[in-house]
Design a protein around this ligand. Structure first.
Ligand code: PEP
Ligand code: MG
Length: 851
């Protein structure tokens, strides 16, 4: 939608002019603020979004007004998009240069200086307006005459002499550049709406060439990487724009520096003036600014100021230090950091400024980056870890038995899978960089090598770098940046916690996960997937014995051996999370996941269990299902083999009693997975309650517990009114719910997801971003039906979407009590929840005065 259609094409930037970021762009608004602060700006005119649109479409604009304001001087034009990150065409300087002005300037500032101005303008005009071949204008030794001739030959017309035509041509070219498809795609990728407007800023040139001291520089007052206070920038005599940054060899440092001369020594008064300006900008604009300045015959002029370009780490530090200095509020500081930007601080990242040698791309399943040697099996990963050699585990896909190998690796790459496949979920839980669904990856198991689409081959032991934040596999060792979890990060999140109004819990399966979750201040464990506790070798054998037991009594006695192990797991979880809720999900996966496949595995199984090979083979075949994810898993397993849930419930309750002996009594939460019918809950609840009663009796200790249902089938959503009265909480498993709503396998979707998103069938991978329309509607129906029967029932989501800001907004809107996400996602979720709460209370809160 077009805004403010009646805004004039051109408005002089004065203290009182009607200029806004929404009509003239952030740069124009910022320059007006600098004028209001009394900074020495050359005369400046802002062209509105509507004016720019008009000139782009070939309509006339009120250019006489512009020339009346600016008079007969050299001019510059800069872009002014609503948000500076959305970009814009490059600036054009020295508009108005022609033969006559060149002659008169040669008299006043000298030939050399006048030539430099003219050369720069001819080059910009030729490239940005006439779109001539850049090679013709790249020769630094070319004279004005050479450049004019090159222009005339190529453009087949004399170089324009008329300053008003020059100016209109530049304005039109910049306006059209903004409309180009590539510029539109680029800014939309940075979050700009499809109809984002561009303003232009036309300014009288402060020349930066001539005598006495003239030149140009750029100054900022923090380090753009760390955010720590530090005067940074350069100044170059006899230069314009940002030349000082390009010609560092010739440029002066700003502050006294042992490496060379500085502006502080060369022009101490001007340097002092700049420092004062920095302080002034920080307090008045409430932001750290980068100032572009010119010394024009000894006089300081400020031409432009933009927010200091900065890393995520510097952005957090700046927001916190502005708030600590009382310049902005805590809430504003929270809003200045985008939740997803925290991911850069939590994990190692590939340095974006360093070269990268891309081998292939896949799905960015777990953020962070790592360099390691290729291994193809969990055993090789464990061996590499024993040698203290970082390893990247490459698999077609991972299975539960690969978990120990994953723990031993620094990164995981799989050919198959999507955002919620096994490798992705585990990697996110343990903070391991992971790329899945790399369909261009060719694994040659015989050769022990991999190759990408360009045919390059990498053998076992070769070094690669995995960029899990961008879904890329790079050859060799890329430059990595360390995570940056400092005090400012913690301070910002503490402020976020004060603001947010929805809980954030973590999905944590192991003691290490729980410690990470607690370290990130998760308010509880929202999902502990107990199956992961059974994949250690000793437990796996007991599980397999249980599966092979013929009678319920035999099964129960085998399971007795698992009891102390499970109990110990839960005691340690309760102790780490002391005082915070822990929700334990009863066993979910189909039993065949605990059994080997392949003849070697079967032989080993027969040996370990001391059963004939034929029996082992028969049993494994009997458990094979056509669609295991829709087969005997979750509560179905709990009903068919009730001894499993009995022993798990006992382990949970006994652990609660033990943990309670040394501290505050915990209130464990027991969750039943994959429910689709009320009767399933009744049956399991009956047995769990009975186990609780027995444990109370045996220990003489009373305790509370909660029993809840994991809602992850469409039917459970639709029948939530029947299920709710049996449960104290409902937790939506949006991974399975997405899988079942779409009828789309979460493990196979990676094969075509890229094509589906490219073709616009899906906006996004629904396993990555919650499908608010379809899956969201089921959540809404379930929440309403459950609450209609049980108004106080606790509602949450625990699928991988729990850490996605959009899903969190959805849960907040529908009054959910908390979201639960992987531990490393907890800080992002806390910040996203805080943003939403603050914006809901004060929608107009000012994010930054600088734009
Ligand atoms: C889910 O289905 O959303 C869920 C959290 O459980 P899992 O990923 O273990 O199936
Ligand atoms: Mg599930």
């Amino acid at each position: 939608m077009q805004k403010h259609v009646d805004v004039p094409d051109f408005t002089e930037v004065t203290q009182t002019a009607d200029i806004a970021a929404a009509t003239h762009g952030g740069r124009a608004k910022c320059l007006q603020r600098l004028v209001r602060m009394g900074l020495p700006l050359p005369k400046t005119v802002a062209m509105s979004f509507t004016g720019v649109r008009r000139i782009a479409s070939g309509q006339p604009v009120a250019s006489d007004d512009l020339l009346d304001i600016l008079g007969d001087t050299l001019l510059s034009v800069r872009p002014s998009s609503e948000v500076s990150d959305w970009g814009g065409p490059g600036a054009v300087l020295n508009i108005g240069m022609n033969a006559a002005r060149h002659a008169s300037l040669s008299n006043t500032i000298g030939h050399q200086a006048a030539d430099a101005l003219y050369r720069r303008f001819i080059t910009s005009y030729a490239l940005q307006v006439a779109h001539l071949d850049s090679e013709l204008f790249e020769d630094p030794s070319a004279t004005v005459a050479d450049l004019r001739n090159a222009y005339e030959d190529e453009a087949d017309e004399p170089f324009p002499e008329d300053p008003s035509r020059q100016l209109l041509d530049v304005l039109r070219a910049m306006a059209r550049a903004w409309e180009s498809t590539s510029a539109r795609l680029l800014r939309q990728a940075r979050g700009a709406p499809a109809d984002a407007g561009l303003g232009l800023v036309v300014q009288e040139m402060a020349l930066g060439v001539g005598t006495p001291e003239s030149g140009a520089g750029v100054i900022q007052f923090i380090d753009g990487h760390t955010g720590l206070p530090q005067v940074t920038g350069r100044y170059l005599s006899q230069s314009q724009g940002r030349d000082a940054l390009q010609e560092e060899d010739r440029a002066l440092y700003l502050v006294k520096d042992p490496r060379g001369r500085s502006l502080e020594e060369h022009c101490p008064d001007i340097f002092a003036e700049l420092i004062e300006m920095g302080d002034h900008c920080r307090t008045r604009l409430r932001e750290e600014m980068q100032i572009e300045f010119t010394i024009d015959s000894g006089e300081l002029k400020v031409l432009d100021a933009v927010r200091v370009p900065r890393s995520s780490q510097a952005n957090v530090r700046t927001a916190v230090s502005l708030a600590e200095a009382g310049i902005i509020s805590h809430e504003e500081a929270v809003l200045r950091v985008q939740p997803n930007a925290l991911i850069d601080l939590l994990h190692r990242q590939v340095d974006k400024t360093a070269p990268r040698d891309l081998v292939l791309k896949g799905i960015a399943a777990s953020p962070g980056a790592a360099t390691g040697r290729i291994v193809f099996s969990p055993a090789a990963a464990l061996a590499a870890a024993a040698r203290e050699e970082p390893a990247i585990l490459v698999r077609r896909e991972t299975k539960p038995e690969d978990i120990r190998g994953m723990h031993a690796s620094v990164g995981v790459l799989t050919e198959r899978g999507g955002m919620t496949s096994h490798a992705a979920v585990i990697a996110r839980g343990i903070g391991l960089p992971c790329v899945v669904g790399a369909s261009d990856l060719r694994i040659n198991p015989r050769e022990k090598s991999i190759s990408g689409p360009d045919g390059r081959e990498f053998k076992e032991g070769d070094l690669i770098t995995l960029d899990g934040s961008n879904g890329e596999v790079l050859a060799g060792e890329a430059r990595l940046l360390e995570p940056a979890l400092d005090e400012t990060f913690r301070t910002l999140l503490a402020w976020a916690d004060e603001a947010k109004d929805i809980g954030v819990h973590a999905n944590a399966d192991t003691l290490a996960d729980a410690r990470t979750a607690r370290g990130f201040n998760a308010e509880g464990i929202g999902l502990c997937r107990t199956e992961h506790m059974f994949f250690d070798e000793d437990r796996m054998t007991v599980m397999r014995e249980m599966i092979f037991a013929d009678k319920p009594e035999d099964r129960a006695s085998v399971l007795e051996r698992l009891l102390p192990m499970q109990r110990a797991d839960f005691v340690s979880l309760f102790e780490v999370m002391r005082g915070r809720p822990v929700c334990i999900r009863l066993l979910d996966p189909p039993l065949h996941e605990f059994l080997p496949n392949g003849s070697d595995g079967l032989r080993e199984l027969a040996q370990v269990l001391n059963v004939p090979l034929a029996k082992a083979t028969r049993r494994v075949e009997a458990l094979t299902e056509f669609n295991p994810m829709l087969g005997m898993r979750g509560v179905r397993l709990g009903i068919k083999i009730p001894e499993i849930y009995d022993v798990q419930a006992r382990a949970i309750f006994e652990a609660a009693v033990i943990a309670g002996e040394t501290g505050e009594m915990v209130v464990p939460e027991v969750m039943i997975p994959l429910v689709s019918a009320q009767r399933e809950v009744e049956l399991v609840k009956g047995r769990v309650d009975a186990v609780a009663a027995k444990v109370k009796n045996e220990t003489g200790q009373d305790f509370e517990y909660k029993l809840g249902v994991m809602v992850e089938t469409p039917r459970a959503c639709l029948r939530a009114d029947e299920i709710a009265p049996q449960a104290e909480f409902l937790s939506f498993g949006t991974n399975d719910l997405t899988q079942m709503t779409y009828g789309l396998s979460r493990d196979d979707a990676g094969r075509f997801m890229g094509d589906y998103v490219r073709e616009g069938v899906f906006h996004e991978d629904p396993f990555h971003r919650l499908d608010l329309d379809g899956v969201g509607e089921l959540l809404m129906i379930a929440a309403e039906r459950a609450r209609a029967k049980e108004p106080d029932i606790t509602l949450s989501i625990c699928g991988e979407h729990g850490g996605d800001p959009e899903a969190i907004a959805f849960c907040r809107r529908f009054g959910f009590d908390y979201v639960s996400c992987s531990p490393y996602r907890v800080p992002v979720a806390r910040l996203a929840a805080a943003h939403q709460a603050i914006l809901a209370r004060t929608p107009s809160v000012n994010k930054s005065a600088a734009e």
